[in-house]
Ligand binder design. Structure first.
Ligand code: GAF
Length: 385
């Protein structure tokens, strides 16, 4: 049974009414990692894996949530809503709902059944997908008529306030704004964006999942953010116009950051280079220069691993393995890091032999399963019932 049908059935059984159902996808990012919270650029796209939220309003202030895939339920009240300590999934829904409460648009409780085929902890933004689905669904139910960008920002706030991860805007933007067969070139400062066709004849996007889920991810993420801010603070003493690393260059880093702290220098140098790499990568894409784009993806991985230090041995292993394969144009870790997937730009006919070759090797070496997905680029958040 399709996810939509199965959550509708569960919803009818549990709450005896027809829900509004919204689907919101996970995302990939071609290049431009850890650049969004530095006011830089990113190049993400929504994919064919998504979170589904079935929802209805209640006549009291109770909130009843069902995580269909996990066989878990959670109940609370709209009054005094706070983040939940011991489980994560309710926070994505509650953190989204509270945004409407703060806008004085939500005065009643609600029922939700959630299901998702975005693998969790795989770096595909399963949490942003749930946040975007919830915000979009409440906008429909409450008839608040918010524009999509406002909803993206509300979903991002949900992550900040209820999940405690000070994420940038990329994941929620890609989930909400995705367009079939296009990547989004997003300026994370102005939020101006452009859809770029991403139909590469003969090539596919292959995601290799390390199945490593590092608990370090959110604390280290917030630390990286602070390191970037520190670099900006030092540069600003001499260049007050520098508001974020997007405005900095390597000359400034040499002069004002390196003498202060080699670690902060390494982090910020990666970001400055990555923003440039992305801008050049966009030109490669425009001119159909897939080899050049792929080479930049490998460079990004090297930087994320050695300078930003957000990779792990399993991700490095997977990227190393495909480097010498002439059918893989580019590969790198994707998302926040410390586990999850690598993204590989690969010739279609090479997928099967590659998997056959590396799956048993990976599993024997790492003692973890290697799962994989061929992602297609799809539209963003939509109401489906
Ligand atoms: C995570 C965050 F949520 C994004 O905002 C982004 O910073 C990404 O890590 C790294 O590029 O997915």
């Amino acid at each position: 049974m399709q996810i939509k049908e199965s959550i509708r059935k569960v919803f009818l059984e549990k709450f005896q009414e027809e829900p509004v159902i919204v689907r919101s996808p996970g995302r990939i990012n071609i290049i431009g990692e850890h650049t969004d919270y530095n006011d830089g650029f990113v190049l993400p796209a929504a994919i064919d894996k998504a979170a589904y939220v079935a929802i209805s309003l209640r006549n009291d202030d109770e909130i009843h949530l069902v995580a269909h895939d996990l066989h878990e339920t959670f109940s609370t009240s709209l009054v005094g809503l706070k983040p939940v300590g011991d489980v994560s999934w309710p926070n994505y829904i509650l953190g989204s709902a509270i945004q409407f409460f703060k806008m004085q648009k939500l005065f009643r409780g609600f029922n939700v059944v959630l299901s998702s085929d975005v693998p969790m902890g795989a770096g595909l933004s399963s949490s942003a997908a749930v946040e975007c689905a919830t915000v979009f669904a409440l906008n429909e139910l409450l008839n608040t008529q918010l524009d999509r960008i406002t909803m993206v920002q509300m979903a991002q706030k949900a992550e900040h306030e209820f999940a405690g991860v000070m994420c940038g805007i990329m994941d929620q933007f890609a989930s909400m704004m995705g367009k079939k067969d296009h990547v989004i070139r997003l300026d994370c400062r102005s939020l101006e964006y452009e859809y770029k066709p991403f139909k590469l004849d003969g090539y596919k996007i292959l995601l290799l999942n390390t199945n490593v889920k590092h608990s370090l991810a959110s604390s280290e993420y917030n630390t990286r953010r602070k390191e970037c801010t520190q670099a900006v603070t030092w540069i600003q003493q001499h260049h007050p116009n520098v508001k974020a690393l997007r405005d900095a260059n390597e000359e400034m880093l040499n002069q004002y950051v390196l003498p202060e702290d080699a670690l902060v220098d390494k982090r910020s140098r990666f970001v400055v280079r990555e923003i440039n790499r992305l801008l050049q990568g966009c030109d490669d894409l425009e001119h159909g220069q897939i080899e050049a784009l792929g080479a930049k993806m490998f460079d990004t991985h090297k930087g994320l691993s050695e300078m930003y230090e957000v990779s792990c041995k399993e991700l490095d292993w997977l990227v190393d393995r495909v480097k010498s394969n002439a059918s893989v144009m580019g590969a790198r870790m994707m998302g926040g890091g410390f586990g999850g997937c690598t993204i590989n730009l690969i010739k279609e006919e090479a997928i099967e032999p590659l998997i056959k070759n590396i799956q048993p090797l990976y599993e024997a070496t790492m003692n973890l399963p290697l799962t994989y997905y061929v992602a297609t680029i799809e539209n963003g958040t939509e109401r489906i019932a």
